[in-house]
Structures are given as C-alpha cells and as structure tokens.
Design a protein around this ligand. Structure first.
Ligand SMILES: [Ca+2]
Ligand SMILES: [Ca+2]
Length: 170
C-alpha cells in the first residue's frame, strides 16, 4: 500500500463517511426547523410580550408604594385592581394587570397609549401577577416582597410563549 497518499479505495471510503455525516447533520437541522416556532411568528410574539412586560415593570410595586419607589409593609400589599381601576389606562401598579388579557373576544391588542395594534391577527396576550420569589432570591426575605409577572402570548397556531419578570418591594 502506498504510504505517501490515499489509495482509490481509501478515498472512496472517506467520501462515503463524509457524505453520511453531512446527511446526519442536515436531518438534525431539518428536525429542529420542523419542530420550532416560525421565526417571524416568534418575533411578533416576543414584540407583544416584551412590550407588555416593559409597560408593567415601569409601574409601582403596589398601590401603596410611594411614587418613585420605596419599601412598604408587606401586610399592605395585595394583588388586583383598586376601586375605579376598570381599564388598562387606569392601572398604576404591577398587580392591577393580574387577569388582564387582550387579543381575545372584544378586546383587541393595544399598545400602552390605547392604539389598536395591527399585524398581529390571531395573537392574544394574558397577564398573571402573583407573590413569588425568583429562584435566585436571597434566603430569609419573605416571598410576599416579590411579585412575579407573567405575560403569556398565544400564537395563531395555538403555541404559547411566556415572558416572566419579578418586581421587588424596595
Ligand atoms: Ca392600582
Ligand atoms: Ca393594585
């Protein structure tokens, strides 16, 4: 056997090995693409989820939290809207959004200013807010000092993406 180069047989075997490897990689990529969410739909879902989360995170931690922030006694904290806060434009603290949804039924998707969003046919959002500590929160702090905000976006395909953030009583 020629030790300085490849024989014809060695070359053919190498080509077959490379071809099998390429087919293997392509089938993995194909599977990922098939099972994944359409990237355009995913981008739109992210836009909707992030916009809602950004809007909520800018609100006060609780109705009794002073303007500009500050810790309050956790016994004062609650989840839900206060008297007179029936519409989204009335919401002034993060937990007012608990149970809010748009893109469903008679409530179209809207931005914070109340403008109806276009280009999101079939999408919907829903918000839940609860007292819950993040996994990496320091031990010893009552979980009632944390509010977990979850914005769930449902795609026209029925798939769901959740966007989660925590706001702290500080
Ligand atoms: Ca409120
Ligand atoms: Ca409230």
């Amino acid at each position: 056997m020629n030790s300085k180069g490849f024989t014809l047989m060695e070359t053919i075997i190498s080509i077959i090995i490379v071809a099998v490897a390429v087919v293997g990689i392509l089938s993995v990529i194909y599977n990922v693409t098939q099972k994944g969410i359409d990237p355009v739909m995913e981008l739109k879902a992210c836009e909707l989820g992030q916009a809602m989360l950004d809007e909520i995170m800018l609100k006060r931690w609780d109705e009794d939290t002073p303007l500009g922030g500050g810790h309050i006694d956790v016994s004062l904290a609650n989840i839900g809207t206060e008297t007179g806060e029936t519409n989204r434009e009335d919401f002034d603290d993060v937990d007012d959004y608990d149970g809010y949804s748009d893109g469903t039924g008679s409530e179209p998707l809207k931005d914070e200013a109340g403008n109806t969003l276009t280009g999101f046919t079939g999408f919907s959002r829903s918000v839940t807010v609860s007292f819950e500590k993040p996994a990496d929160a320091p031990a010893g702090i009552d979980s009632k000092n944390y509010k977990k905000i979850t914005v769930k976006v449902t795609l026209p395909t029925g798939e769901e993406l959740s966007f989660v953030s925590y706001k702290t009583n500080i």
